[in-house]
Ligand binder design. Structure first.
Ligand code: SF4
Length: 246
């Protein structure tokens, strides 16, 4: 399929998806082609996994097991598989890449500079993500407009030119209240860290609890000043600018 086909379809699909409920949005995504959902096991992603599992939708569920996740997050992978009777495929970084990163920056070198942090995310997240999306035509994510200013304009469907696929964000318009209501109604298992002040959960050394009134993603890479902090998974410019590990 040509690039113009994807980008032309994104605008049409965006309007179509807006009219549907979550399950129908996911079902439509699954009909479009080989669909992969990448979950971080955060509360939004747990809602999507639940909807996929409850409706038995033909969508591959994958996660990036970076090697630096909280123990609570790792435990939640198996708990979620059991609850919804599905398999979550784990993608791990290459040991050679980890060794090369540690030799150049130190294992926790990400605290020292944005460049070192992006290099770590590249090795532990972006390269495994590329593997998870191999052969995919549809990439489903749990992005929500209310998560941060940087995500405030998240569409339901967008063409990802870097990866040549359609990205579907079925929770784009959901509020945090809707997420919580769904979790309660469907008895969705969630990360216990959410109740301890972690609305957004990434790798353990790069995530802290937030204070009351702080934005949802304020606890991610909190030592950096850039208000648009992301790991590069959902920021095309950052992804292409990320330095290669030595
Ligand atoms: S979030 Fe932190 S530990 Fe995880 S990949 Fe990025 S820099 Fe590395």
């Amino acid at each position: 399929m040509e690039q113009t086909d994807f980008s032309g379809r994104a605008a049409q699909l965006d309007a179509q998806l807006a009219e549907l409920d979550l399950t129908d949005r996911l079902a439509l995504a699954a009909r479009l082609g080989n669909a992969v959902f990448t979950t971080s096991l955060g509360i939004e992603d747990q809602v999507i996994t639940a909807a996929i599992g409850l409706a038995r939708l033909p969508i591959n569920v994958s996660t990036l097991e970076t090697g630096r996740l909280f123990a609570e997050t790792v435990a939640l992978i198996a708990e979620t598989e059991e609850r919804f009777d599905l398999s979550i495929k784990r993608y791990v970084p290459e040991q050679d890449d980890i060794d090369a990163y540690a030799a150049q920056y130190g294992l926790n070198g990400f605290y020292e500079s944005v460049e070192a942090r992006h290099a770590c995310c590249h090795v532990r997240k972006l390269k495994p993500l590329a593997k998870a999306l191999e052969g995919a035509q549809i990439w489903i994510t749990g992005l929500r407009r209310g998560q941060s200013g940087n995500r405030a304009t998240t569409p339901f469907a967008e063409y990802d030119a870097d990866r040549n696929l359609l990205k579907i964000n079925p929770l784009a318009d959901w509020s945090f209240g809707q997420i919580n209501a769904y979790v309660e109604r469907e008895a969705v298992p969630v990360n216990p860290l959410h109740a301890r002040g972690y609305p957004s959960i990434g790798c353990e050394p790069c995530t802290r609890a937030i204070k009351p009134g702080e934005p949802e993603r304020a606890g991610r890479w909190w030592w950096e000043n850039d208000e648009k902090r992301e790991c590069g998974l959902h920021v095309h410019e950052a992804a292409s600018a990320i330095p290669q590990p030595a």
